[in-house]
Design a protein around this ligand. Structure first.
Ligand SMILES: [Fe+2]
Length: 431
C-alpha cells in the first residue's frame, strides 16, 4: 500500500477508478516529510508492458545514427534576439512601446533589471540551430508550436484558471480529480506533503492499471511554488515517479516513464500542443539523432515578478530540455556554460575560464549567486552578448545538455501583468 504503512487512509479502495477527494482528507492529516512517509519502493514491474499511447514515435532512419558530436565553440553561435534597456530608460521604453515594439519591464523578486525589448523573431537556419545545439547553446525557436496554442486554447485557459484557484489555496487533488474523473487507467494512490521543503504544496500519487493488473505505480504530480519567497506567486506541477529524494526517476523503466507522460497528458490535454507538434519533433530528431521521448514534464505558471534563478538541467541520461510557451510571455537569460564562464572572467569574477567553470560548479557561493541573479550590470552584459530572449505563446526554446560542462545555463523571468502557461519537457533517449 502507498504511500505508507500506518497511513491507510491515504489509499483509495482497490477497485476505485477515480481519484477520490474524500480519501485525501485524512491523508492531509497524515502528511509527513516524504522521506518519513514513503516505504522502500519495490522494483518496477511495468517494463514488459506498454501504455496505450506512445507520444513520440520512433524514427527508423535515425535509430542507428550515432550521437551528435560535441564541439565547444570558439565564438558565440547565437544571434541577439532581445536587448535590455537600463531601469532609468523608462522614457525610451515607453517610446519604443508606443512605436509598436514588444517592451516589458524585467523584474524578479525585488530586483528591477530594466526593460527588455524583443528585437527579431526570424527562426535560425538549420545549420545555425545544429551548431548552437552541439555547442551547448540554447536554440530559440520562435513560432515552433504553430497554431498549437490556438487549437488548445480551451485547455490552456482551463489550466490558467486552475492555477489561479490553486494560488488562492484551492485543492490540488480536487483539481486532478476533475481532470481525471473518467480515466480508465489512472487510480488515486495517496498524497503527501514534504514539510522539509517550504516550496512544496502537495504531491498526488496515482497507479496505472490495465483491467485488474497494476502496470505502473508510484506515479506522481507535485504542485509547488517555484521560489521560496512569498512575493513570488509562480507555481509549477512536475510529473515523475518514485522517491524524488532518492532520484528514482533516473532509474525508472521506459514503460513507467511513458505512464508518467500519460498522466501528464491526460491531466493537461494541452500537452498535445507540444508532444504532437511535428516541426518540434522533426527538429529534435535532427538534433538528437536517436529515438527520444519527452518526459519528466513540468507545467509552469510563472507569475509577475517571479521566475527561476540561474541553473542547469544536466542530469544523467537527459539530453536536453524543451520549454514551450503556451500563453503569455517569459524572458530568458541563457547561454552555454563555457560562454557564461568566459563572461565571468571578463567581469573579474574568475582569473580564467577553468576557474570560472569550477566556480559555477561550487555550491554555496553567495557572491556568485548574487552576481548571476541580482546584479543589473551583469544582466546587461549577458544581454549585450546575445543571451537574452523573449518567448511568447507558440515559441519554444531548446536547452541542450551534453554533460556537466556542455549544457545551457538558464534563468527565467515572468513578463506581463498576469501569470503565463508553459510546458517544459526533458528529452531522453527512448530505449
Ligand atoms: Fe531548467
Amino acid at each position: 500500500m502507498m504511500p505508507a504503512a500506518g497511513a491507510p487512509s491515504t489509499r483509495a479502495p482497490r477497485d476505485q477508478r477515480r481519484i477520490a477527494a474524500t480519501a485525501r482528507r485524512s491523508s492531509r492529516q497524515e502528511s509527513l516529510a516524504e522521506s518519513a512517509v514513503l516505504p522502500a519502493l519495490p522494483a518496477q514491474s511495468a517494463s514488459r508492458l506498454r501504455p496505450p499511447c506512445i507520444l513520440v514515435s520512433r524514427d527508423a532512419d535515425s535509430y542507428h545514427a550515432p550521437p551528435v558530436p560535441i564541439a565547444a565553440p570558439s565564438r558565440p553561435v547565437v544571434r541577439p534576439c532581445a536587448r535590455l534597456l537600463p531601469p532609468a530608460a523608462a522614457g525610451v521604453a515607453a517610446a519604443r512601446r508606443k512605436r509598436g515594439d514588444d517592451v516589458w519591464p524585467l523584474r524578479r523578486r525585488g530586483v528591477d533589471f530594466g526593460w527588455v525589448v524583443a528585437l527579431q523573431r526570424a527562426p535560425a537556419d538549420p545549420r545555425t540551430v545544429e551548431r548552437a545545439w552541439r555547442a551547448g547553446e540554447p536554440v530559440f525557436a520562435p513560432g515552433m508550436l504553430g497554431d498549437g496554442p490556438v487549437r488548445h486554447a480551451a485547455a490552456i485557459a482551463q489550466s490558467l484558471r486552475m492555477f489561479d484557484r490553486l494560488r488562492r489555496g484551492g485543492d490540488f487533488l480536487r483539481e486532478l480529480e476533475r481532470r481525471l474523473a473518467d480515466d480508465a487507467h489512472l487510480r488515486y494512490a495517496g498524497s503527501t506533503v514534504d514539510h522539509s521543503d517550504p516550496r512544496e504544496i502537495e504531491r498526488v500519487f496515482v497507479d496505472a492499471h490495465e483491467g485488474t493488473r497494476k502496470v505502473a505505480e508510484h506515479l506522481w504530480a507535485k504542485l509547488a511554488w517555484i521560489a521560496d519567497d512569498g512575493t513570488d506567486r509562480s507555481l509549477r506541477i512536475r510529473f515523475s515517479s518514485g522517491h524524488e529524494q532518492l532520484e528514482d526517476w533516473l532509474q525508472q523503466t521506459a514503460a513507467t516513464a511513458r505512464w508518467v507522460d500519460e498522466f501528464a497528458a491526460r491531466a493537461f490535454p494541452e500537452c498535445a500542443a507540444v508532444a504532437g507538434c511535428a516541426p518540434l519533433l522533426a527538429t529534435l530528431r535532427t538534433l538528437i539523432a536517436r529515438p527520444f521521448r519527452l518526459s519528466e514534464r513540468i507545467v509552469y505558471n510563472n507569475a509577475p515578478g517571479g521566475g527561476a534563478v540561474f541553473h542547469h538541467d544536466a542530469e544523467p541520461g537527459q539530453l536536453g530540455v524543451a520549454y514551450n510557451q503556451l500563453e503569455g510571455r517569459t524572458a530568458w537569460l541563457t547561454l552555454a556554460k563555457r560562454r557564461l564562464a568566459r563572461l565571468l572572467v571578463r567581469c573579474g569574477a574568475a582569473r580564467h575560464e577553468r576557474a570560472a567553470m569550477a566556480r559555477l560548479d561550487r555550491d554555496g557561493d553567495e557572491a556568485l549567486w548574487r552576481l548571476l541573479n541580482r546584479d543589473i550590470a551583469f544582466c546587461q552584459q549577458l544581454s549585450a552578448h546575445g543571451a537574452l530572449y523573449v518567448l511568447v505563446a507558440g515559441d519554444s526554446i531548446l536547452l541542450p545538455s551534453h554533460g556537466i560542462d556542455d549544457v545551457a545555463w538558464h534563468s527565467v523571468f515572468a513578463l506581463g501583468e498576469r501569470p503565463s502557461l508553459a510546458h517544459s519537457y526533458g528529452i531522453f533517449p527512448d530505449v
